[in-house]
Ligand binder design. Structure first.
Ligand SMILES: Nc1ncnc2c1ncn2[C@@H]1O[C@H](COP(=O)(O)OP(=O)(O)OP(=O)(O)O)[C@@H](O)[C@H]1O
Ligand SMILES: [Mg+2]
Length: 322
């Protein structure tokens, strides 16, 4: 509804992870290159970790786009890691075009091994890509570890890409999965964008929607700084804030998005709570024994008619010299 008002030919901040909207932020570019080369050079195990909304699924879709251009590549793309083991195997094999009906797990694994060996002999690459891998059960992770054991004398037969939120790292750090962790050949991490990257991101997405290259009138520098602060540079939040800021700016027929509009959107979505209240810095950890003792001394001071704890009392809690 705001498109005409702002001279745009589509919504610039659509939330769908669409490769056509990919902005080549350095971290994303590096990650995509690392994953692509990892699978093309048959490194075996590739892991991509990133906070919620950093662009992992978009990256996977870009990867699939790239892989889809090569005839020597076949892949299975799994997004539902909550399947039971046999269903998981059936899903992967079906995705790769193998028959699964009426086959036991043993037969499925045998078929899969033959399929991979035969493709490898023809110098073809087979890839298993799991998005939302932090949700995988221990059983499926173990199954994936076993699949990663399939290798010829010189080569890994199956390339595996696991993509997930930081909980994936926690799982892989556990003793249970130390064998799997040791097999990771490429590991890459996505994080929030810096201020400069956030600017690049916003301007590029506006350009994709018909805004002239480098036109900063719609989102001036101070507006972008505020967006970066309230979103911590997380692309999904940047999209959410920019989209709603455009709607709000259109509502008041503003010529451009002001910092105040962004602040209002941030309040609406409660994004300003952590960033502006300083709550994180002031919050006392109730389990911290040192702080508990300090509080006790302060309270006792009040109870004894003193305005606060004495200097001697407080001196005991000064930071130890390093
Ligand atoms: N480099 C980029 N270029 C263009 N859009 C991006 C980029 N990175 C992230 N986005 C956008 O940010 C939003 C979130 O991306 P995505 O869904 O891929 O995040 P995610 O890391 O998979 O999140 P989750 O952890 O919730 O699965 C999407 O709208 C996506 O298009
Ligand atoms: Mg995702």
């Amino acid at each position: 509804m705001y498109k005409k008002h702002f001279n745009l030919n589509r919504n610039p901040f659509d939330l769908t992870p669409n490769p056509a909207s990919f902005v080549p932020i350095k971290g994303h570019n590096d990650a995509l290159t690392a994953i692509y080369h990892g699978v093309r050079q048959h490194k075996g195990f590739v892991v991509v970790v990133g906070e919620v909304g950093t662009g992992k699924t978009l990256l996977v879709r870009c990867l699939l786009d790239l892989l889809g251009r090569s005839r020597d590549i076949a892949y299975s793309y799994v997004v539902n890691g909550r399947l039971p083991e046999v269903e998981f195997l059936q899903y992967v094999l079906t995705d790769l075009g193998l028959p699964v009906a009426g086959r036991s797990k043993y037969e499925l694994l045998l078929d899969f091994g033959h399929y991979l060996a035969e493709r490898n002999a023809r110098r073809m690459t087979t890839i298993l890509i799991v998005d939302e891998a932090h949700l995988l059960s221990s059983e499926i992770l173990e199954e994936i570890r076993l699949l990663s054991n399939l290798e010829s004398n010189e080569d890994k037969l199956l390339q595996i890409v696991l993509v997930g939120q930081p909980e994936l790292d926690e799982k892989l750090d556990s003793i249970e999965f130390r064998q799997l962790k040791q097999r990771i050949a490429v590991r890459t991490q996505l994080s929030g964008l810096t201020l400069i990257e956030t600017r690049q991101y916003i301007l590029q997405r506006l350009k994709q929607a018909g805004c002239p290259n480098g036109d900063t009138r719609l989102f001036p520098a101070d507006t972008i700084s505020t967006i970066h602060r309230v979103t911590q540079g997380l692309p999904r939040l940047v999209n959410l804030v920019c989209e709603n800021a455009l709607i709000e700016a259109y509502g008041v027929r503003a010529e451009f998005v002001t910092r105040e509009i962004v602040q209002s959107v941030a309040r609406q979505f409660r994004l300003d709570v952590e960033a502006t209240s300083g709550a994180r810095d002031l919050r006392l950890d109730p389990l911290d024994p040192e702080l508990q003792s300090l509080l006790k001394i302060l309270l006792e001071g009040y109870r004894n008619g003193r305005r606060a704890a004495s200097d001697e009392d407080l001196a005991a809690f000064q930071e130890p010299e390093r």
